[in-house]
Design a protein. Structure first.
Length: 529
């Protein structure tokens, strides 16, 4: 059997780690004036500078060898063609089909899935146009003004992040709200400001069985019926994005207002499906399609570009170098763009739910580190919060800086300050405060790595490409670690136990551990009827 850590390439990388441990990134630049040109790459509207990494040419060559010797070519082909690569759930992984703009069929279980994808896209087009134009009317004949998306995890984070990122394209007469937390204050706070006659609820849930979402949806329905006037019609105000149309219809949603998607779309990869309905409502169907086009272009790049010029592959390999060879535990995501403030949370789920695994695809424990802890927040705010630790703390944290180049009209001066702050930080992390004078104990040591990812402009197309880029980065890492990036048994366990505990709240069940029983007794005190 193949053992990753016993492979010749892995061991060569371990030796390279020792040989380059004392290197300074700045010396790589001194030795090679072409380094920036060699280690930067443009794909469509995205530009990646990966030159400020603790990666020598020899290291990069070896990392590329690691990719060459992995199952990447085969697994990538399997993913795009609908083979079952989510082996534990016995499913294909076909979020790429949702943005497939090619002509040909895509067969799953002997059936071409493209016609149904196109049918749902058309349903999204017709519905979003009707709501945006005011043709869609609520029970009292008024147009929709507020859209509330009720969902959690992948059924919230993607559309939530994208709607905020693309706020400047939003329909001027529609407001968007995202309710995810089972904490009732979340939905209460949102509902307090709304008028039932002009509010549309989207119940976004792949399974239509997630406790948090169902509870929030029921609260929303009760609020609607309690507050709406005569003729209140749930069917005119509630729609669903779900694979479970039966449960959605039982909830009171009309069949024609269930926006279908399929088991082969993973929750955290679902913003390209009908889970993206809020995006189409906000920026319009054409904008939604542009986002899909951007992702499709990144898919094509991922399939066609040689590894040495392949953006997701390069990002994945650099990540592996830090995680498996330089001991980095975390990956910081720092967008210098307020519109991207939800991006770290989105990427956190994408990466940590996908690659937070400790067994390989055969169920054998792995003896190497897998997915990193992904975290972050916007710059320049982060500079005044956690950057101190990144500059001078004892942790080693690679950073992805992300920004868009084009300023918004009227805030050019701010945008210039934003970008120059980001470049200053990336420079300071690499150079430290006093390169060459290491004697001052308070100087910043530098030699801390970062990527800079620039979008020409924060458009739907570039956002689509950016998200697809990270999806593929996570995929490549999962392939090299030989893990299944598409299941989430830990999350399922939490969902199941939450159900069990709430069912047994009245029993003095001995089933749980002593701590849980003790705490449950305290909770019970507050829920005695
Ligand atoms: O967080 C785990 C998860 O299964 C995600 O993958 C999914 O996006 C989320 O729960 C919500 O599930 P559902 O869309 O079925 O409500």
């Amino acid at each position: 059997m193949f053992h990753l850590t016993r492979s010749v390439t892995w061991q060569a990388l371990q030796r390279l780690q020792q040989a380059t441990a004392q290197d300074r990134i700045s010396d790589y630049f001194a030795a090679d004036p072409q380094r920036f040109d060699k280690m930067s790459l443009r794909v469509g509207g995205l530009f990646l500078d990966y030159s400020k990494h603790h990666v020598s040419e020899a290291v990069l060559a070896k990392l590329l060898e690691l990719a060459d010797h992995s199952a990447l070519v085969q697994r990538r082909a399997q993913m795009f063609s609908g083979d079952i690569i989510n082996v534990t759930e016995d499913r294909p992984v076909l979020h790429t089909a949702l943005r497939n703009l090619g002509e040909g069929p895509l067969m799953v279980d002997g059936k071409d899935v493209m016609p149904e994808i196109q049918r749902t896209r058309e349903q999204i087009r017709l519905f979003s146009e009707a709501v945006r134009s005011g043709e869609w009317r609520g029970y009292s004949g008024e147009r929709i003004r507020d859209v509330v998306n009720i969902g959690i995890g992948g059924s919230d984070l993607g559309p939530n992040m994208a709607c905020r990122a693309l706020l400047k394209y939003r329909h001027s007469e529609l407001n968007f709200h995202f309710v995810s937390n089972v904490d009732g204050t979340h939905i209460q706070k949102v509902l307090k400001r709304l008028d039932p006659a002009t509010t549309l609820f989207i119940v976004s849930t792949k399974t239509f069985s997630t406790q948090e979402t169902l509870l929030n949806a029921k609260t929303a329905r009760r609020w609607f019926l309690d507050n709406a006037g005569e003729g209140a019609d749930v069917g005119a105000h509630f729609v669903a994005a779900s694979t479970n149309s039966k449960a959605a219809m039982e909830f009171g949603i009309r069949e024609e207002n269930v926006f279908e998607f399929w088991a082969w779309v993973g929750g955290r990869y679902s913003m390209w499906s009908s889970i993206g309905l809020p995006i189409a409502l906000s920026i319009g169907f054409d904008g939604f399609m542009e986002m899909l086009e951007g992702a499709y272009a990144m898919d094509q790049h991922f399939i066609e570009a040689p590894n040495a010029r392949n953006m997701p592959v390069l990002m994945a390999l650099i990540g592996i170098w830090y995680i498996n060879f330089l001991g980095a535990e975390t990956q910081a995501i720092v967008p210098y763009d307020q519109a991207l403030h939800q991006l770290p949370a989105f990427l956190q789920q994408l990466d940590m739910e996908s690659n937070g695994k400790s067994v390989d695809i055969f169920g054998h424990p792995v003896n190497y580190k897998t997915g990193p802890i992904v975290w972050g927040q916007t710059g320049s705010n982060g500079q005044h919060a956690f950057f101190q630790l990144l500059h001078q703390g004892t942790r080693y944290v690679p950073i992805d800086f992300i920004a868009s180049l084009k300023p918004e009209p009227g805030v050019e001066e701010h945008h210039f300050a934003l970008l120059t702050n980001m470049l200053a930080q990336a420079n300071a992390f690499m150079m430290g405060s006093q390169e060459g004078s290491q004697l001052d104990p308070y100087s910043c040591p530098g030699n801390r790595p970062s990527s800079v990812l620039l979008l020409d402009e924060l458009t739907p197309r570039n956002l689509g490409a950016l998200i697809a880029l990270y999806e593929h980065k996570v995929f490549v890492q999962g392939v090299i670690w030989n893990i299944n990036s598409f299941d989430q048994w830990g999350v399922q366990l939490g969902k199941r136990i939450a159900g069990e505990i709430s069912e047994r709240i009245d029993e003095r069940s001995q089933e749980f551990d002593a701590s849980t029983q003790g705490l449950l007794a305290l909770v019970r005190e507050h829920f005695r009827s």
